[in-house]
Ligand binder design. Sequence first.
Ligand code: UD1
Ligand code: CA
Length: 469
Amino acid sequence: MDVCAVVMAAGEGKRMNTRHSKVAQWAAGRPIILWVAKALHGVGAKEQVYIVGHKQEEVRAVLGEDVAFVLQEKQLGTGHAVMQATPFLEGRNGCTIVLPGDAPLITSETLRAAIELFEKGDYAAVVVSAIADDPTGYGRLVRDPDGNVTRIVEDRDATDEEKQIKEINSSFYCFRTPLLISALGRIGAQNAQKEYYLPDTIEILISDGHKFGAYIAPFDETRGVNDRIELQQAGKILNRKICARHMKNGVEIIDTETTWIDDTVEIGKDSVLLPGTILRGNTKIGEDCLIGENTRIEDSIVLDGTTVENSVLRTCVVGKNCRIGPFSHIRPDSVLGDNITIGAYVEVKNSTVGDYSRARHLTYIGDAQVGKNVNFGCGTVTCNYDGLDKSACIIRDNVFIGGNSNLISPVTLNENSYIAAGSTITDDVPELSLAIARAQQINKDNWVVKKDRLRSSKLIQPDRRRGGI
Ligand code: UD1
Ligand code: CA
C-alpha cells in the first residue's frame, strides 16, 4: 500500500510560553519533532511532508534536508494544516498517516499496528486513541451505544457529560487519501477556537456512510506536549525507557531518575552509572566502567575498565583502565591512552597522552603531545597561548615534571628528562638531563625580629554564617 505521512508542526504552541518553536523543544536528548520523525521512520512512508509555520526556520533546521516542507502561513487549526498538504496527496490512492509534531512518545510498532488495522478493516480512517486517567485537554472519542465512534469532540467544546469520557484522541490517524481530501474540503470553523479541526473530518466521513475505526494504544505513547510540565513528563518517560534498555543489556544504573542517557549512546556490560550521570550524543562507554556521580560525557569514547567521577568529557577518547576525576575536564580533540590517571582540577585540551601517564592534581595540558609514563607534578601548566597563536608542547616518554612548573610552548622535553619543581621552562630539555629554571633562594637571617613582624599567637575564628547553616 502507498503510505504518505503528514506531520503537523506549524502551531504556535502558546501554552509552552516560549520564543521558540514548541516542536523544536528538547525532551530526553533530542527535539520532540525528531522523536516523532524517528517513529515515523520505522513505518516506511514513501512521502513525508512536514507542515511548518510558526518559527519555521527552527523546525526546518532541526529536520534537515531530507524531508519536504509545506508552509501553513496562518495557523488556522489542525484541519487547515493538513489541507496545505493536499497538492502532495492528490492523485494518490493508498493511505495518509497524519501525525502531531508534539507527541514524542509514539512508537513505530503502534503506528504500524494502526496501519494494519486500517488495511484489514476497510476503514475510511483509523485513529489511535487511548484511555487516559486524566483526559483533560484532549479531544474525546464519542461512541454510540453499540460502541461505534460517531465523532471526536474537543475538550473546549465538550459538554460536561462528554468531558467524563476517558478515551482520548492522540491526533495520530490513518486516512484513505482521496477520502481525506474530500472531507477536508468540507470542514468548518464553528467551534470554541474558531479553527478548522482535523477531527471534524471523522463525522463527515461517517455521514458519507464510511467506516471509522480506533486503535487503542497505551496512554503514555499518545501523550501530547503542550506546556513545560508535559515536556518534563515526556522527557522522564523517554529517559526511563532508554535506561531500561541499557539495564536489560547488563548496565547497572543506580538511579534512573537522575541518570540521563541520549538515545544514541552505547554502553557495555557490567558498567555502572552512578547518580547524576549524563551521557550525550555519540558517546560509547565500554564494559566494566564506573561513571559518576555527577559526570557529563558528550560525543566521547571511554574504553573498558575506566572510571570517570565528577567530571566533564567532551569529544574525546579515553583508553582502558584509566582513572579520571574527581573534577577533571577533558576537552575536545583529546586522546588519552590506557592506564592513565587524570585527577582533581586537571584540564586536558587538544592533546594526546600516552599510556601510564599521570596528572593527578591542578594541571593544564593544552596542545600537547605527551608520551608514555610521564608524571605531571601538581600545578604543571603548558603555557600554550601567547595571545595570538597556540603552540605545541612535546613531552616524550618517561619525563618527570616537578610541581608548579610552567612549560612555555613551543618546547620539547626529551626522553627520560626531569624538570625541577617550580621551573619555568623556555628551552628544549635534552634526554636524560635535569632542567632547573628558577631564581636562587636568599634567606635573610633574623628578618622577622628586625622588622618587628612576629605573628600574634591569638588565633582567629572563621566567620560563622547567620541562620546556623
Ligand atoms: C489536538 C487535537 C485533539 C487531540 C490532541 C492530542 C485537534 C483540533 N485537536 O489538540 O483532539 O486530543 O491534539 O494531542 O486536532 N498545528 C499546526 N497548525 C495549526 C494548529 C496546530 O501545524 O494550525 C500542529 C501543532 O504544531 C501541533 C499539532 O498540530 O504539533 C497539534 O496541535 P495542538 O494545538 O497542540 O492541538 P491540541 O490542542 O493538543
Ligand atoms: Ca497538542
